[in-house]
Design a protein around this ligand. Structure first.
Ligand code: MG
Ligand code: MG
Length: 261
C-alpha cells in the first residue's frame, strides 16, 4: 500500500525534515577528532526534543539510540558508542524525527579532520549520485530510472552499490512502501506518482558491494572492511521536479565556515 500525500501533508513533512536538517547542522558544528558518536547522539536527542519532536529511530524495532552512526567500513545502522572519532575517519550520521505525526529522514557522511583524497572522491560520488537519483523522482518516471541513475554514475567511477539495503517510502511510518533500490534498469519498476514521498539513500562502497552484519544485530559493514558512504534525502515526487523536503543547507553552512578558518 502506497500512501500518496496531500499538499498539506507534504508541508507537514517539510517541517519534520527541517527539524532533521537542523539537527544534522548542530552535529556538523561538533564533529571532530576526539568526539564520540554517543556524544553526538545526546546532542541530537536533546535538540529534537527541545524543538517539539520525538527521535524517530529510538526504540524503532528495539534500536537503542536517536542516531545511526556508521564509521568508516560501517555502512548503516551503526550504534553510537563512547569510542572517540579519529582524524581521517568518516562517519555517516542518519537521523530521523517525528513531528506533526510525520517522519523526517536524512543522512550525511561527515569527514573527521583530514581525510584522504580517495575517501573525498567516494563522498563526492555518493552525494552526487543522490542528486542524480532525485532528478529521476518525477511523475511517470520509474523506480528503475532512479536506481539506474545512481548505479551507473557510481559504478563508472569504480565504486559499488549496496543491494541488500534500500531507500523507502516515508510518512506516518518511518518505512513505507515502496522500496527504493539504488540500482536498477531504466524503464523498469513501479511508475512514480506525484504525492509519493521517498527517502532516497545511496550506500556506496569503495571496494566490494558485499556486506555483513555485526554481532550487535544492527551494524552493517562492508565484507572487505573498505570504506562506505551514505547520503539521504526525503523527497516528494512531483510533476516536473522532485521537491526535496530535507536539506543539507545547515550542514554546509557550518562546513564552509570551518573551511574558511
Ligand atoms: Mg535515514
Ligand atoms: Mg531512510
Amino acid at each position: 500500500m502506497i500512501y500518496l500525500k496531500t499538499d498539506e501533508e507534504i508541508e507537514l513533512m517539510r517541517e519534520s525534515n527541517l527539524l532533521v536538517a537542523r539537527t544534522l547542522g548542530e552535529l556538523a558544528k561538533v564533529i571532530k577528532p576526539g568526539v564520540s558518536t554517543l556524544e553526538l547522539d545526546k546532542i541530537a536527542e536533546t535538540f529534537i526534543r527541545d524543538n517539539g519532536g520525538v527521535p524517530g529511530f529510538l526504540n524503532y524495532q528495539g534500536f537503542p539510540n536517536t542516531l545511526c552512526t556508521s564509521v568508516n567500513e560501517q555502512v548503516v545502522h551503526g550504534i553510537p558508542s563512547d569510542k572517540p572519532l579519529q582524524n581521517g575517519d568518516i562517519v555517516s550520521v542518519d537521523c530521523g524525527a517525528l513531528l506533526n505525526g510525520f517522519f523526517g529522514d536524512s543522512a550525511y557522511t561527515f569527514e573527521v579532520g583530514e581525510v584522504s583524497t580517495e575517501i573525498k572522491k567516494l563522498l563526492d560520488a555518493t552525494k552526487k549520485s543522490l542528486y542524480l537519483g532525485i532528478e529521476q523522482a518525477v511523475e511517470n518516471k520509474r523506480l528503475g530510472d532512479l536506481g539506474s541513475a545512481i548505479q551507473s554514475y557510481t559504478e563508472e567511477l569504480g565504486f559499488s552499490v549496496v543491494r541488500e539495503m534500500v531507500g523507502h517510502g516515508v510518512g506516518r511510518e518511518l518505512h513505507e512502501a515502496p522500496e527504493v533500490p539504488n540500482y536498477g534498469k531504466k524503464g523498469n519498476g513501479m511508475k512514480l506518482k506525484s504525492g509519493m514521498v521517498l527517502a532516497i539513500e545511496p550506500m556506496i562502497n569503495m571496494g566490494t558491494r558485499q556486506i555483513v552484519q555485526e554481532k550487535d544485530g544492527w551494524t552493517i559493514r562492508t565484507a572487505d572492511q573498505k570504506m562506505s558512504a551514505h547520503f539521504e534525502h526525503t523527497v516528494a515526487v512531483r510533476k516536473d521536479k522532485a521537491d526535496i523536503l530535507s536539506s543539507f543547507k545547515f550542514i554546509e553552512e557550518v562546513l564552509s565556515l570551518q573551511s574558511e578558518k
